[in-house]
Structure formats: C-alpha cells, structure tokens
Design a protein around this ligand. Structure first.
Ligand SMILES: NC(=O)c1ccc[n+]([C@@H]2O[C@H](COP(=O)([O-])OP(=O)(O)OC[C@H]3O[C@@H](n4cnc5c(N)ncnc54)[C@H](OP(=O)(O)O)[C@@H]3O)[C@@H](O)[C@H]2O)c1
Length: 299
C-alpha cells in the first residue's frame, strides 16, 4: 500500500492513477476526503491533519509516501514556514509509522539561498527529507502541463478573450514544460528505488516565454497582439484582471521565478511527452474556461 497526499487534486491524482495501474493499493491524505473520488472506492481517503499520532496511524502499513503537499503562495495564516512545519510533522509520522521510502515533489532550481520564498521553501523541505533518516527521492518538476494545469490554461483563456497579451520584459527567459504523466511515472519509478535520488522532471523541449505564448495563441486561433511591457505593467494588469476574476493570476515572486528561467532544468530532459503535441491535441478545450487557483485551493 502506498500513500499519496493530494490524490484527488492535480499531480497527486496522476501519481495515484499510475500506482493503481501498476496494481498497488493506494491511500490518500487530503483536505477533502469526502469529495467525489475520481477513483471511486479504489482509493481510501483520510483527512490530512498535521497531528503526529493521527498521521502516524494513517501512514502505518504504507510502503512509500508520495508527498505533493505544498502551497502556491502564502495566504492568511498558511505561510511557507507553516507548510514547512507541516512537512516536518508528515516526515516524522512517516518515520514513526515505518514507511520504507518517501518521494517528495519539489521544484526545479529549488535553492536555500533563493530570495524567492517558494524556491527557498522547497529547498528547505528537501533538506528536511534528506536529513530525516528516511529512504528518499526528490522529484523536481518544472512547469507541469495537463488539462488541469492553471498557467497554460489561463494564458490560453486570456489569449482567447483579450485583444492583446502583454509579455513581461524581453520574453526570452525560458520554460521547459513537463507532462503530468511523465512526472507521475518518474515519481513512481523513484518510489521503487532504495538509494537517495534527486532528479528534475522536465520535458524534452525548452521554449522562451514568448515562444510558448505564441504557440498557445496559434493553437487556440487567437488574434491577440503580443506586446512587450515592463514586469511592473504586466503585474499591474494581472492584478486588475485578478480583481475582476477574484483570483491571483501571478504574484511578483512567481513572475521573478519565471523571468529567472527557474522552470527550466539544468540537466538532460527526463520527460518524453512534448508540450506542442499536447497543445495540438487539446487546442479545442485549453483556455475555454478560466481555472481559478483561489477557488480550487483556498475556498
Ligand atoms: N503544478 C506545477 O506546475 C508544479 C511545478 C513544480 C512543482 N510543483 C510541485 O508539485 C507538487 C504538486 O503540485 P500541484 O500543482 O499538482 O498541486 P495540487 O495538486 O494543487 O496540490 C498539492 C497538494 O497540496 C495541497 N494544497 C494545495 N493548496 C493548498 C492550500 N491552499 N492549503 C492546504 N493544502 C493545499 C493539496 O491538498 P488537497 O489534496 O487537499 O487539495 C495537495 O495535497 C507540489 O509540491 C508543487 O509545489 C508543481
């Protein structure tokens, strides 16, 4: 039996699907165990409470824990520090419960010296795992693409509806999108190992941000003009749009990460599925409706 945090959400759902495909028994820990499971009764669901004894009980009997738990950016009292505390409790519980291995989803270019809290927090979570005494693997995705992804979908949504799209800065900074199925396969493969491993999950193609926007524009048949503007202008416009949509389209820190090409791997690609192929196959549906991260993760 393996445990996946977030098996009813985005990446965790694909990890769970892959495990089920391989005949594993799957349990999930989630904030919404009562919600309709995409797996019917095949995945046992429990609340993700960060109380050591309760968590230990829920992890007992698990071979591998696949941990996707994280937040995109802080909100209210759920800060990155708090998420790190939660991660530490989860790892202690895994150790207490005798879990054989932990696979942690991190991010490409995680670094303890980063000024960006997401990337710094991820590096601290990696350190917590590598010093926990547990057998581990760290999988660091770049930008994960799929039907359920937020960023690409909402770029497509903007391109379908607005007469122009503002590319922040030069648009030459890069991204290396990876298919969620590739991330799930890499994670599950990492789960079967015994040695400590750290690997990026990155697709075969690197695009400049402007190239990616143009690809999406062409795929959805948009005639929006692509113009360049300062990061400050782009953030201002996105804040305005976010007000109308009651969501945060992009934060300053996220934009800095994007413009720093942090969603590009420094290593050889590990994923095989091509973003442009996926885009072609999903051109009719991508960006048809807006995906609100706030509604999805904070309501
Ligand atoms: N998506 C990407 O492009 C991307 C890129 C690089 C790295 N990653 C990393 O990969 C992992 C999976 O990412 P994902 O995009 O697939 O995430 P996700 O499924 O939306 O969420 C992953 C987990 O975090 C929990 N979570 C999310 N927002 C939360 C909130 N506001 N409060 C409490 N719990 C919250 C979810 O809980 P519930 O199950 O209860 O919903 C789920 O267990 C994460 O560690 C992420 O940092 C993702």
């Amino acid at each position: 039996m393996d445990v996946v945090t977030g098996a009813f959400s985005f990446t965790g759902r694909y990890v769970a699907a892959r495990l089920l495909e391989l005949g594993r028994e799957v349990r999930t820990l989630t904030r919404h165990p009562q919600s309709a499971s995409p797996f019917g009764s095949r995945v046992e669901a429990f609340p993700l409470d960060f109380e050591l004894d309760t968590l230990t009980g829920r992890l007992r009997g698990a071979d591998t824990l696949y941990n996707t738990y994280w937040i995109r950016s802080p909100r209210g009292n759920l800060t990155f520090e708090r998420v790190l505390d939660h991660t530490a409790i989860l790892l202690s519980a895994a150790r207490e419960a005798g879990v054989r291995r932990v696979v942690q989803l991190s991010v490409s270019n995680a670094s303890a010296s980063s000024v960006l809290p997401y990337f710094r927090g991820k590096a601290l979570a990696e350190e917590a795992l590598s010093s926990s005494g547990l057998s581990y693997s760290i999988v660091r995705p770049t930008l994960v693409f799929a039907r359920e992804d937020v960023l690409v979908n909402n770029i497509a949504w903007l391109l379908r509806r607005l007469p122009l799209f503002v590319v922040p800065g030069s648009g030459r900074y890069t991204l290396q999108p990876v298919a969620v199925e590739d991330v799930a396969e890499l994670a599950v493969e990492a789960g079967s190992g015994t040695e400590p491993t750290i690997m990026d999950a990155a697709g075969p193609d690197i695009f400049s941000f402007e190239e990616l926007v143009r690809l999406v524009r062409e795929a959805v048949g948009s005639r929006a003009a692509i113009v360049h503007g300062s990061p400050r202008l782009a953030l201002g416009l996105s804040a305005l749009t976010g007000k109308i949509l009651r969501d945060t389209l992009v934060t300053g820190a996220e934009l800095a990460g994007l413009m720093g090409s942090l969603l590009t791997s420094q290593a050889a690609p590990t994923g095989t599925r091509r973003f442009a192929d996926w885009l072609g196959e999903n051109a009719d549906s991508v960006g048809r409706s807006y995906v609100s991260e706030r509604l999805r993760n904070w309501s």
